[in-house]
Design a binder for this molecule. Structure first.
Ligand code: TRP
Ligand code: SF4
Length: 401
């Protein structure tokens, strides 16, 4: 698989995960791990950018989250799982990129002002917090990831990453004699392909013909007789930039989780409306039995309207047409009680979580296994990141070790 097929994503160590994480991010990861070379990591340094003063729970939060990834079905046989702070190359790349990143780019990232507004009680006037989207850029670029699954709120960070990569390539991709070397490389493709390449390059650069750009790229992909270095040179030469050292990633927008919380709002720890993935079944049952319903149904004999009931949102996720029809009919005619109505949802959630809870228990009882999985993932991640950093240092003229 080529680097463009690489997927990278990170999650802050928030501790034990809940159903909202499962139906949003995790199921998406689980799908992606079969299609791409995936790297998923615990963004522990990112947690420090907003919560530097309370680190007492960090290690518990890290391991609890990893256990939940594994229990949910993220498969260490397909995806690499690692911890950011165990791959110091992230920090090195962050530092190097910080040299070329205009301050204004960071100040203009929407989350910068938003979060400062939202989290007034936190001290976010730090260097670390301003730089955190760039740390994310380093996370992504260290792996030359082609795709970055993120939620809506993080798309701007991937956009920043693209700009930083472009700037890096522009500044450091033009080694001395770049054009001569590119021209030499073109000749190595043979007469016919050289002509096709030159045509595509001219059409793209003179007329902005993006189809020609794609043709040129495909042509380069298919070349067998040119070296990796020449290929990168020719990609850059085609686009009119320098050599592409850090490829621009694309955001893969994670479909927003439709999982409502127990109050009908989005499920989120800060709203206190969650069901944890390994929550005790009795507690889950109690939470669901006491969750609010359509306020119009005060008495059992009052008819209700599913549209005004958070339980209905759960039926939409968990129930088939037959049950949904039974709910609509029974609710609007007061034919069923709310507890009757909730039972199929309770059963479905308990059934969904039983195997996850069981697997989580196994991982919790075998911490060594979890540590080994992470160690292996860290090694694999480091191999890739080290290689990128070698290239980055080389391009920046820091190759005098
Ligand atoms: N900033 C992301 C969040 O808060 C987590 C994250 C850190 C991330 N580095 C990343 C996501 C790299 C994708 C790629 O959710
Ligand atoms: Fe909600 Fe079901 Fe009660 Fe209707 S019957 S109000 S849908 S819980």
């Amino acid at each position: 698989m080529s680097a463009e097929q690489r997927v990278l994503s990170g999650m802050r160590p928030t501790g034990a995960l809940h159903l909202g994480h499962y139906h949003g991010v995790l199921q998406n990861w689980i799908r992606l791990q079969h299609e791409y070379e995936c790297f998923f990591f615990v963004a522990d340094w990112h947690a420090l950018t907003t919560h530097y003063e309370d680190t007492a729970d960090m290690s518990t939060n890290v391991w609890d989250m990893v256990v939940d990834w594994l229990a949910a079905g993220v498969n260490p046989g397909s995806a690499r799982l690692f911890i950011q702070s165990r791959v110091p190359e992230h920090a090195e790349l962050h530092l190097l990129l910080s040299m070329i990143t205009p301050l204004g780019w960071l100040e203009r990232v929407p989350t910068y002002k938003d979060q400062q507004e939202k989290l007034k009680e936190r001290d976010l006037a730090t260097y670390g917090f301003l730089g955190y989207p760039l740390l994310q850029s380093a996370d992504i670029l260290a792996y030359k990831a082609g795709y970055v699954p993120v939620g809506e709120d993080q798309v701007a960070h991937v956009e920043l990453t693209r700009e930083v990569a472009r700037r890096f390539n522009h500044i450091y991709g033009k080694e001395p004699g770049f054009e001569e070397k590119a021209e030499e490389a073109i000749k190595k493709m043979g007469k016919k392909n050289a002509k096709l390449y030159r045509d595509a390059r001219r059409r793209y650069q003179e007329q902005g013909d993006t189809e020609a750009l794609e043709v040129g790229k495909a042509l380069l992909e298919s070349q067998q007789n040119i070296t990796l270095g020449d290929r990168k040179r020719l990609f850059g030469y085609l686009e009119g930039s320098g050599r592409i050292i850090l490829p621009e990633p694309q955001a893969l927008l994670t479909p927003a989780s439709k999982m409502p919380g127990l109050d009908g709002q989005k499920m989120s720890k800060s709203y206190g409306n969650t069901i944890a993935l390994r929550e005790d079944p009795a507690s889950i049952e109690k939470k669901l039995r006491t969750m609010p319903t359509d306020p119009a149904r005060v008495r059992r004999t009052d008819p209700g309207d599913p549209k005004r009931c958070p339980v209905w949102q759960l039926h939409e996720i968990y129930s088939d047409d037959e049950i949904c029809n039974w709910v609509r009919e029974g609710c609007t005619t007061a034919g069923i009680g709310c507890l009757d109505c909730k039972q199929p949802v309770i059963d479905a959630i308990l059934a969904e979580l039983a195997p996850i809870r069981e697997r989580a228990e196994e991982y919790r009882n075998d911490h060594k296994l979890v540590q080994d999985i992470i160690s292996e993932g860290c090694e694999a991640a480091r191999d890739v990141a080290r290689e990128t950093l070698d290239e980055v240092r080389q391009a920046m003229g820091l190759n005098y070790r």
